[in-house]
Design a protein around this ligand. Structure first.
Ligand SMILES: Cc1cc2nc3c(=O)[nH]c(=O)nc-3n(C[C@H](O)[C@H](O)[C@H](O)COP(=O)(O)OP(=O)(O)OC[C@H]3O[C@@H](n4cnc5c(N)ncnc54)[C@H](O)[C@@H]3O)c2cc1C
Length: 414
């Protein structure tokens, strides 16, 4: 079998064809860089089993637009114009309900909710149509070694692929951190998320509902029509029970939890479960290897931050590499990886820490923690500048915004 031994000093390999790997390949190609995408071919059966949707905020939506993906998004997604967060726990002290409206910060919407399967298919179609991207279809890379001039990937079928720079977006079991000499911290939570979609009788009014329960949040996110996606976090035992009951009984439990806010729930889609865990890499890149998406950070699905973070990794790395190319510099130098680390590490660490703290505060069941949560909610409700900061920050409009995440960034044709 032929090996792809490119000695081209500017070559880039992207590992993994999840949403982050696909977006990374497209971001490089949009900056007129040639890319080898090393990943299994898209599996329609796996896509059909995907139950998650992704609430993507303004910069991520601008990124998709600049990549030329999902131009006719309105047909397959729903806008998110408001977010309501309510304390649904029993106890002495309750946090007041918080509501955020995109119009408060002069925007029509915070973002859009898109089915993961639709998003991945659209990204994959754009990758396959792009003249600068070669998709090397493989069951997977099994080893990464440093070779003269760059990186060598060993593939499961025995072939090798050489590249100057490796952008590793191979998910939470990534083989790249070890090859890059980057340490990774992993931990888990005593929680399981159930993801599904459902149809309801009352309109969602383009509003996310996040109910903070004693074992985690229950979040509904608008979909087209009178439908919503659901992420319901519970203890492993409670989640098992919710997975084992039939759709009608599940709908009844859900209706009770939502206290009629979305009316009668008549249809519930297939359910999938995700044990909650987290991962934090100590660096975003080293030794000609950059980590992106869940290869670098995994956080609980609260506040819809995970994929938004991963897409920001993709756009930021593409900027760093494109800038090095423009300077005529080595695209995989320590300087480039340090610039990428500086651009991403604070955003990733701050969001990971705040989501972890919020999740742990829900599980704490301690009066001082409840009092603190309640006071914080009151402060947020009353302080207009703080609300604005939270809304802009939650959407990702803080710090340096990569070029491809700005509205109408110049887009070279494929
Ligand atoms: C219930 C739930 C709801 C969520 N909701 C949201 C939300 O609303 N908004 C949001 O922003 N985020 C959300 N997230 C987070 C989001 O789903 C993830 O951040 C995102 O899917 C991660 O994408 P990724 O491309 O980094 O990883 P993955 O999707 O895991 O992709 C990794 C890819 O790499 C491939 N791969 C693995 N190993 C190899 C190898 N050795 N060689 C080649 N290829 C390999 C895999 O086949 C896979 O295709 C949610 C998560 C959960 C659990």
């Amino acid at each position: 079998m032929a090996n792809l031994t490119s000695s081209e000093p500017r070559s880039i390999a992207v590992l993994g064809a999840g949403p982050v790997g696909l977006a990374t390949a497209l971001a490089f190609a949009t900056h007129e860089l040639d890319v080898l995408l090393v990943a299994p071919a898209l599996d329609p059966a796996r896509l059909a089993d995907e139950r998650r949707t992704a609430a993507l905020f303004g910069p991520s939506i601008d990124f998709l637009d600049n990549l030329g993906v999902l131009a006719h998004r309105t047909a397959v997604s729903a806008p998110i114009r408001a977010i309501r967060i309510a304390d649904a726990r029993e106890g002495l002290v309750h946090a007041p309900e918080m509501a955020f409206h995109a119009r408060e910060i002069g925007r029509e919407a915070f973002g859009s909710n898109i089915s993961n399967a639709v998003l991945v298919k659209a990204l994959a179609d754009a990758v396959m149509a792009h003249g600068r991207i070669t998709w090397i279809s493989t069951p997977g890379a099994t080893a990464i070694t440093h070779a003269p001039g760059g990186i060598q990937l060993k593939l499961a079928e025995g072939r090798t692929v050489d590249a100057r720079l490796l952008a590793a977006a191979d998910g939470r079991l990534s083989i790249a951190p070890r090859a890059a000499g980057i340490s990774v911290r992993r931990w888990s939570y005593p929680q399981v998320a159930i993801a599904t979609t459902f149809h309801h009788s009352r309109p969602h009014r383009d509003t996310v509902i996040e109910l903070h329960g004693a074992h985690g949040p229950l979040t509904t996110v608008p979909l087209a029509g009178d439908s919503s996606s659901l992420v319901w976090v519970e203890t492993p035992d409670a989640a098992r029970a919710l997975l084992d009951i039939d759709a009608e009984a599940f709908a009844a439990h859900l209706e009770e939890r939502l206290q009629g806010v979305l009316g009668t729930i008549d249809t519930v889609g297939p359910r999938a479960s995700y044990p909650l865990s987290a991962l934090a890499a100590s660096r975003m890149g080293a030794s000609a290897i950059a980590l992106l998406g869940e290869a670098a950070h995994v956080i609980p699905p609260i506040g819809a931050q995970g994929l938004n973070l991963g897409l920001r990794d993709a756009a930021a790395l593409a900027d760093c590499v494109a800038d090095a190319r423009t300077r005529g510099a080595d695209i995989a130098s320590d300087e480039v990886l340090e610039a990428y680390h500086r651009m991403r590490s604070i955003d990733v660490a701050a969001r990971s820490a705040s989501i972890d703290a919020l999740n742990r505060s829900l599980l704490a069941d301690m009066l001082p923690v409840d009092v603190f949560r309640s006071l914080t909610a009151r402060l947020i409700a009353g302080l207009h500048p703080l609300r604005q900061l939270l809304m802009h920050g939650g959407m990702g409009y803080v710090g340096h915004l990569p070029r491809l995440m700005r509205p109408n960034a110049p887009r070279p044709s494929p």
